[in-house]
Write a protein that binds this ligand. Structure first.
Ligand SMILES: [Zn+2]
Ligand SMILES: [Zn+2]
Length: 145
């Protein structure tokens, strides 16, 4: 099972909070993570163990930082989400609706499935909201045309 497929939505949100906190370079204290998630500290703490076990964050003296692997996971997540949005947009949904629909599937899709959608959609360069989609390995083969 791929890393994204093993994450819950709340664990992913915790990872994003840690990645974007003002203190991300020095390590994010538990209270800041809890505030970012709008939950109490014990609830936030429950998400950190699984993230650490997956190698997505490291913890030192109560502070959390996102690892290189964690950053790659967030990049991958954005790709899954935006590719799914592109698919739903072509199905006729409004941009706002594509976002909600993508949230239903983005963690569950395998990289292989995302790749197949990307190819079927002609390697979209941005999502319906204009956010960039990182180039995939397949796009370079069609470059120059
Ligand atoms: Zn592609
Ligand atoms: Zn979008």
């Amino acid at each position: 099972m791929e890393t994204l497929q093993r994450l819950t939505r709340r664990q992913l949100e915790a990872l994003r909070v840690i990645a974007t906190a003002p203190s991300r370079e020095r390590g994010v204290p538990l209270n800041d993570i809890a505030a970012g998630l709008r939950v109490r500290a014990p609830s936030a703490l429950a998400h950190l163990g699984p993230l650490e076990e997956l190698g997505l964050i490291s913890r030192f003296r109560g502070k959390s930082t996102v690892t290189r692997r964690g950053q790659a996971c967030l990049d991958e997540y954005r790709r899954h989400h935006r590719i799914a949005e592109s698919l739903f947009a072509r199905a006729g949904m409004t941009p706002a609706a594509t976002h909600q629909a993508a949230l239903e599937v983005d963690l569950a899709l395998s990289h292989r499935t995302v790749q197949e959608i990307c190819e079927a959609e002609g390697h979209p360069r941005e999502c319906p909201h204009g956010e960039p989609i990182a180039p995939c390995s397949g796009r370079s083969s069609s470059a120059g045309s």
